[in-house]
Design a protein. Structure first.
Ligand code: NCD
Length: 303
């Protein structure tokens, strides 16, 4: 039995397979409509979510399965002090697979050690978010046709943004990828990730200037400043509008640029950018459902 806790739990070959399956689901949805008949997914969300939870639920429903779950810690026995281990041992008596989001880093990993069914990490604190990365990878693959030799700009809250951490780990495995990390000094990529990049000899630069980076980028991955991870409201207010992508800032960008954002956005991408053909963030939403369908099939070992 396998869980997905970290994106590097999947090999690059397995990621290729998931992308191929997702593309086949997009082309032939009917073929998959009963693949998970009589199977049940539980979504245990101890933190707010729109896309991740509803895309997991839609994914399972489109595979012919059913869903149970809760969408807030206050609606579960966590509010009475139950441990995540006991929660998943319980839910494992009802469901075949569990997607869990938790504010504490490492909670889904701990859960996977006690769970009788596969656990999917749907975001753990400011740490990782492997299934958002799968949605990002499918989007990059559909837009660019490859993962190698790309210059990837990561902009915004690179400290607390868990989607960024998982995406760096995923893309680091491909030849010729380089990262341009664009953030205020207070929101730089955590030191442990920088050390990993150094160790592997993966090229990266750090800058505060989106304008300077723009002309070099193949991918621009914008992120929200993660208000809920700040200790201090004043710091959040000072940093929240560090970057606002507007049409004029895109004038120096490549015509082949792909603009990604895991969403939700607050101010960091002006709605005026939404009609730019380079904007891919709503395609990412739709891709997220298909790649989660592929992942559910894989972890449930459905043919
Ligand atoms: C992200 C998350 O939860 O980390 N959202 C998502 O799952 N698509 C990004 C965010 O909340 O800013």
């Amino acid at each position: 039995m396998r869980s997905l806790i970290d994106i590097i739990d999947l090999t690059v070959e397995e990621i290729d397979e998931l992308i191929a399956t997702a593309n086949d689901i997009i082309a032939n949805p009917d073929k998959y409509a009963e693949k998970c008949k009589r199977k049940k997914l539980a979504t245990l969300f101890f933190e707010p979510s729109t896309r991740t939870r509803l895309s997991f639920e839609s994914a399972m429903l489109e595979l012919g399965g059913s869903v149970i779950g809760f969408s807030g810690a206050n609606n579960s026995s966590a509010a009475k002090g139950e441990s995540v281990s006991d929660t998943v041992r319980t839910v494992g008596c009802y469901a075949d697979i569990i997607a869990m989001r938790h504010p504490k880093e490492g909670a889904p990993m701990i859960a996977s050690m006690r769970s009788p069914v596969p656990i999917i990490n749907a975001g753990d604190g400011g740490h990782n978010h492997p299934t958002q990365t799968l949605a990002d990878l499918l989007t990059i693959h559909r837009e660019k046709g490859r993962f190698d030799h790309l210059t990837v700009g990561l902009c915004g809250d690179l400290k607390f943004g868990r989607t960024v951490h998982s995406l760096i780990h995923a893309l680091s495995r491909y030849e010729g990828v380089q990262f341009v990390m664009i953030s205020p000094d207070e929101l730089k990529v955590p030191e442990y990730i920088i050390q990993e990049l150094e160790k592997e000899g993966i090229p990266y630069t750090e800058t505060r200037s989106l304008e300077e980076a723009m002309p070099t980028l193949d991918i621009l991955y914008m992120t929200r400043v993660q208000q809920e991870r700040f200790f201090n409201e004043a710091d959040y207010i000072r940093l929240k509008d560090s970057y606002i992508l507007t049409p004029d800032k895109l004038e120096t960008a490549k015509s082949s640029l792909s603009i990604l954002h895991p969403l939700p956005r607050v101010n960091e991408i002006s709605v005026a950018v939404d009609n730019d053909p380079r904007a891919c963030y709503f395609k990412q939403v739709s891709n997220g459902k298909y790649i989660r369908m592929a992942l559910i099939l894989k972890l449930l070992e459905v043919e």
